[in-house]
Write a protein that binds this ligand. Structure first.
Ligand SMILES: [Zn+2]
Length: 353
């Protein structure tokens, strides 16, 4: 079938919204008409990376409705509402790596993984999860990346326990989900760190108990002062050299013979190598872990996210602060994100159920 997609055609040029042609679904694929897609920061890295594959289709969090399914697909049916994510929902060693899909653009065939900046998507069945009928199809589009990455980092990767202290460096779309996750986990202090006062104010709406503006002095010292020596968990939602150093330095030291140190959790992905001071880890028994897709198992975790959303613990409506009415506005959405104008997450709404 023919549909429209935003194509990263050339490095350094705006995306082009053009017709692409999708083949019939393979036995392991699902054809989804998309309702809404988030605009995620990690796509900016792909857009700005001169070595990125061209052409490329982008976007990796969405909702939609199943139009057709391959004969091996059992967990969703034609007409079902679904969420689209980039984290395999229930992978087995045999199912990985997921076989890419194909599409034709300007007369040539290309491969694609997941993509949601498009009106239809031919997805591997591992990347499609049922969306219950009682929840809206717009704001739930951000579960597939922002929530799984942010909430998952707290619950799945770090396993924060009630009463523990948390700092979050960078409170954009992922950072506010880290904050919401920390609140759900029962953290006693949740300290938001950012450069923009507006984002810090916004972070309080999701459960930040304290805020630190890193433009006004030493953020690490400020967090240590607030917590009497450092936090149990510090999350780097940015992946910049400065924030990676900050999260490693701001976790509390252990006490020899008594207790181990805190844990720095790297969520954002750096575009270049970062050098860290090695002594911080043995001295004070600090830990450094990475979190990709919140270490999640979507088949179990996504229903839990939906339940937290219903209960108000995961306020997706508040997280989505900007809506674009069509795919044609994608370049405007990308520019607004680049300029730091988006508090929380922006989405494109293509269609209503
Ligand atoms: Zn993302």
């Amino acid at each position: 079938m023919k549909t429209r997609a935003a194509v990263l055609a050339e490095h350094g040029r705006p995306l082009v919204v053009e017709e692409i042609e999708l083949p019939d679904p393979r036995p392991d694929q699902v054809l989804v008409q998309l309702y809404a897609s988030g605009i995620c920061h990690s796509q900016l890295h792909q857009i700005h990376n001169p070595e990125a594959r061209h052409p490329q289709l982008l976007g990796h969090e969405a909702t939609g409705v199943v139009l057709r399914r391959g004969r091996e697909v059992r967990h969703v049916h034609e007409g079902d509402r679904v969420m689209v994510t980039w984290v395999p929902r229930d992978a087995t060693p045999e199912s990985l790596p997921l076989r890419p899909s194909t599409y034709r653009w300007r007369g040539q065939e290309h491969e694609a993984g997941v993509y949601t900046w498009a009106e239809h998507l031919l997805a591997h069945e591992q990347l499609v999860l049922p969306l219950p009928k009682d929840v809206p199809t717009d704001v739930t589009a951000i579960i597939g990346c922002a929530t799984v990455t942010g909430v998952g980092a707290v619950i799945g990767s770090a396993k924060v326990q009630p009463g523990q202290t948390v700092a979050v460096f960078g409170v954009g779309g992922v950072g506010i989900n880290v904050i919401a996750g920390a609140k759900i986990a029962g953290a006693s202090r949740i300290i938001a760190v950012d450069l923009l006062e507006e984002k810090l104010r916004f972070a309080r709406e999701f459960g930040a108990t304290d805020t630190v503006n890193a433009t006004q002095g030493d953020a690490v010292a400020a967090v240590k002062e607030l917590t009497g020596g450092g936090v149990d968990f510090a999350f780097d939602a940015i992946g910049a050299e400065v924030t990676t150093h900050q999260v490693v330095e701001v976790v509390r030291s252990g006490v020899l013979g008594l207790r181990r140190g805190g844990t720095a959790v790297i969520v954002g992905i750096s575009q270049r190598p970062i050098t860290l001071s090695q002594q911080l880890f043995p001295m004070g028994e600090r830990h450094l872990i990475g979190s990709l897709g919140g270490s999640s198992h979507p088949i179990e975790d996504f229903p839990q996210y939906i339940e937290w959303y219903r209960q108000g613990a995961l306020p997706l409506e508040k997280m989505v602060t900007k809506r674009y009415g069509s795919l044609d506005e994608i370049n405007e959405g990308v520019r607004a994100l680049e300029r730091g104008e988006i508090a929380g997450r922006s989405i494109m709404v293509y269609a209503q159920p």
